[in-house]
Design a protein around this ligand. Structure first.
Ligand code: BES
Ligand code: MN
Ligand code: ZN
Length: 499
């Protein structure tokens, strides 16, 4: 276990086994970043030629380790490139993530990256914690080489706003790590009942600030879902040996003014159902509950932070499988509240489970509904694997985009064109068509379909199919597997709603 602390000490005098400093790619060549001033002073005029000899450029991902010399309290200096001419929160978050993987065997580490504003300090805290994230539950127990002490150095360490930024960075990192863990668990071990149990356990384990009432949890099992008439969730789950669930959380702060409903897609594995996916597309489909993980983790983070807001969170969980009991193309499902949907492609299952949950969400009378879902491959085609597509009511989309920017999660607005939205009503036998075989703009059709269930309330839909899972290697604060994308955006959005 690593303990994290915040201090205002100088990096040159800090007695840690390793001290991390940033390198900016300055206009006149590489230079040490803010936070490392007294280290730069110790080296004086020798620094520039030394960096040049080492080939240090300040590029992103660049790491250089040098002995610190007699005049510095640490023995090892770790120089990480910021990849920019300026110390921005995004650059610092990435560099801190790289730093976390660059001190493999140090017992104590001090971080002297730029951290002189609350935004930068938060980025250092989050980036370091997330870049060092590992998922080892399924490996033989090895030696724990993570440092026992990590000290983040910031000249403002004693100011209340800096302490708050440091603490909220820790809470956010915990929440993102929780979401990553859930995404990374093999799908056979995270069936809907198992996932619902884990959510309940995580709620119970969340320590809340004084004066904040306990988070309410309700788990609807398959019998309760049948009583409610949640035909979308039941229809999608019908082919699985593991029954579906709908988990509902409520967090109410006594000073809340705004009420936000969150909805997250919780498909614990997506085989495509009878409209089965090709093997290659199926191999990462344990990540199809990334939206569910994000909304739950964000709810818990908001509660831990004691944000003055009310949150109602709805998490439909089902496994989309193939069996004699599976829903067929051509079947008609009755969504909670009565709307009927003609299923034509069982691989467009996310919108069906979300439909039930969205209608449930409208019933609590929220000021806004935000759904987060690994919904369409079309969004991955459009925006790639790092960017979230955001659709819905213009004012909420705006608020989400600005929260995403603060959180360092890249997002982009997408339209819901009327001609596409009209095709949602093209079924010849049911109220709505779940899918149409025109492939173009499938992510927008999906959003139009969801909108039908929002009762014209303010709503935004985040399609995280691309950024929710990292199939490549580590990159900045991103690690392989689940990314926890969406958690940061939601927490910053909820924070803005609390103001
Ligand atoms: N879970 C997938 C979407 C997805 C694709 C997530 C790639 C992550 C990476 C979703 O349920 C799905 O299968 N969508 C279909 C929609 C289509 C049938 C309209 C798709 O993307 O092909
Ligand atoms: Mn699917
Ligand atoms: Zn899916």
């Amino acid at each position: 276990m690593t303990s994290y602390s915040l201090r205002s000490a100088s990096p040159a005098k800090t007695r840690a086994e390793a001290v991390v400093v940033g390198v900016l790619a300055g206009p006149k060549g590489p230079q040490l970043a803010p936070g490392a001033e007294d280290i730069a002073d110790v080296f004086g005029r020798r620094l520039r030629p030394l960096l040049s000899t080492l080939g240090v450029k300040g590029k992103p991902g660049e790491v250089t380790r040098i002995p610190a010399g007699e005049k510095v309290a640490t023995s090892l200096l770790v120089l990480v490139g910021l990849g920019s001419t300026e110390a921005t929160p995004d650059a610092v978050r990435r560099a801190a993530g790289v730093a976390a993987r660059s001190v493999p065997n140090a017992a104590s580490v001090a971080i002297a990256l730029p951290a002189h504003t609350p935004e930068l300090l938060r980025a250092v805290t989050e980036g370091y914690r997330l870049g060092g994230y590992t998922f080892t539950d399924y490996r033989a127990a090895g030696e724990d080489t993570s440092p026992s002490d990590v000290v983040i150095l910031s000249e403002g360490a004693r100011r209340q706003e800096m302490v708050a930024a440091f603490e909220s960075g820790q809470v956010l990192a915990d929440a993102v790590a929780l979401c990553r863990d859930w995404v990374n668990i093999p799908p056979g071990d995270l069936t809907p009942p198992a996932f619902a149990d884990k959510v309940s356990a995580a709620v119970a384990a969340t320590a809340l600030p004084e004066g904040v009432p306990a988070i309410g949890v309700t788990v609807h099992d398959e019998a309760a879902l049948a009583d409610l008439g949640c035909g979308g969730i039941l229809g999608v789950g019908a082919g699985s040996a593991a029954p579906p669930r709908l988990v509902e959380l409520t967090y109410t702060h006594p000073d809340a003014v705004r009420h936000i409903a969150l909805v997250g897609k919780g498909i614990t594995f997506d085989s495509g159902g009878l409209t089965i996916k090709p093997g290659g597309s199926m191999s990462t489909m344990k990540s199809d509950m990334g939206g569910a993980g994000a909304v739950v983790a964000a709810t818990l983070a908001a509660a831990r932070l004691g944000l003055p807001v009310t949150i109602s969170t709805f998490v439909p969980m089902a496994e989309n499988m193939v069996s004699g009991a599976a829903t067929r193309p051509g079947d008609v499902l009755r969504i909670y509240g009565g709307t009927t949907v003609e299923v034509s492609n069982t691989d467009a299952e996310g919108r069906l489970v979300l439909a039930d949950a969205l209608v449930r969400a409208t019933e609590v009378g929220p000021d806004a509904i935000i759904d987060v879902a690994t919904l369409t491959g079309h969004m991955v085609m459009a925006l790639g694997d790092r960017v979230t597509g955001v659709m819905g009511s213009p004012e909420i989309v705006e608020a989400i985009l600005s929260a995403a920017e603060q959180a360092g999660e890249e997002s982009w607005p997408m339209p819901i064109p009327d001609p596409i939205a009209e095709r949602v009503r093209s079924s010849k036998i049911a109220d709505l068509a779940q899918h149409d075989w025109i492939r173009w703009g499938g992510g927008l059709f999906a959003a139009a379909f969801l909108r039908e269930f929002t009762a014209d309330l303010s709503w935004a839909h985040l399609d995280i199919a691309g950024p929710s899972f990292n199939s490549g290697g580590s990159n900045g604060h991103l690690t392989p597997g689940g990314t926890g994308v969406g958690v940061g955006t939601l927490v910053d959005y909820l924070r803005a709603q609390s103001a």
